[in-house]
Design a binder for this molecule. Structure first.
Ligand SMILES: Nc1ncnc2c1ncn2[C@@H]1O[C@H](COP(=O)(O)OP(=O)(O)O)[C@@H](O)[C@H]1O
Ligand SMILES: [Mg+2]
Length: 286
């Protein structure tokens, strides 16, 4: 990964060197998945759920070349068919290396949905899209899971913004997914979402033991001392430093929300003023 001009990332996950702490949470999630447990990650928006999931997957894929991790953000999905379409594009084609044999397998498995292969112009990565007609979602989902099952590979699937299924016009989506999951021999899931809605989903869920049998995780704020160390590591490169008092102030102003803390640090890093103090924080926030 190229070195970033501004190490305080405010959008997406850019690698472990730009990721602060979350060591315990990382270990906990990896351990749960490694021991064949699904994970439910619930925390307020912008605390770092997506970042953590990507960090965990990057680490796992680095440690074990034989596994496959799939990440899906279903925030844009408006119904089951759209979610299944997204799942299909993420999984199909990324499961196997793109060989002739793999292509044939996809064509055979999904012939009903006329899979088309497109090469992503930016990444050069081949992706398949399926032509899912309205209300074929359920059937396609079954097929996708069967495809995973016969791959013989250990797979991990993260479904981010999972609370989105509450807004789907179809009912019982969670129950549907759950019914498949129980029979998938070597596929484990991370469901992540924002507090209120996920909690709602869990209490609505007919079979709450499903959620209870998965490992529940939440995210609180990042430890202050560790965060200050992380920040100063980068400010050192600019021959600057931040003192505890100033960082304390940032934590006050930001309500300890990771995204907001990052945004302030990002602004300070961009600012050329020599001394990092409360005044500079105010200037950046304004
Ligand atoms: N541990 C971390 N270290 C540094 N930046 C982080 C960390 N966790 C999250 N961020 C940053 O904070 C922002 C919000 O995190 P995100 O994972 O998108 O939150 P959520 O998914 O909970 O809404 C992202 O831009 C991300 O770059
Ligand atoms: Mg997120």
């Amino acid at each position: 990964m190229a070195t970033l001009n501004n190490p305080f990332v405010i959008y997406g996950y850019k690698g472990s060197e730009y990721f602060c702490d979350r060591e315990e949470e990382t270990e906990k999630m990896i351990s749960a998945l490694h021991n064949e447990r699904n994970v439910t990650l619930v925390a307020p928006r912008r605390m770092g759920k997506t970042g953590l999931v990507k960090h965990v997957f990057a680490k796992m894929e680095k440690q074990d070349k034989d596994i496959k991790c799939f990440y899906l953000d279903i925030y844009p999905a408006k119904n089951l068919d759209q979610m299944v379409g997204m799942l299909g594009s993420e999984i199909i084609g990324n499961l196997d290396s793109v060989s002739q044999a793999a292509m044939r397998r996809v064509q055979e498995f999904f012939s009903k949905w006329r899979p088309t292969l497109t090469i992503d112009e930016v990444t050069g990565r081949p992706t398949f899209s399926l032509d899912i007609r309205p209300s074929e979602g359920r059937e396609t989902l079954k097929q996708i899971f069967e495809y995973l099952g016969q791959s013989g590979k250990r797979c991990y699937i993260a479904i981010d913004e999972f609370q989105q299924i509450l807004d789907f016009p179809e009912s019982g989506v969670e129950a549907l997914i759950r019914s498949y999951i129980q029979f998938l021999p070597d596929v484990y899931f991370v469901f992540s979402g924002s507090q209120q809605h996920m909690m709602e989903e869990m209490s609505l869920s007919a079979d709450r033991p499903f959620f209870q049998s998965s490992s529940m995780m939440t995210l609180s704020c990042i430890d202050k001392e560790k965060y200050l160390d992380f920040a100063n590591n980068f400010f050192k490169g600019q021959s600057r430093a931040m003192d505890e008092d100033t960082f304390e102030y940032i934590y006050d102003v930001s309500d300890k929300v990771t995204w907001y803390v990052q945004a302030i640090l990002h602004g300070i890093y961009e600012h050329s003023k020599d001394v990092i103090d409360r005044q500079l924080v105010d200037d950046v926030v304004r």
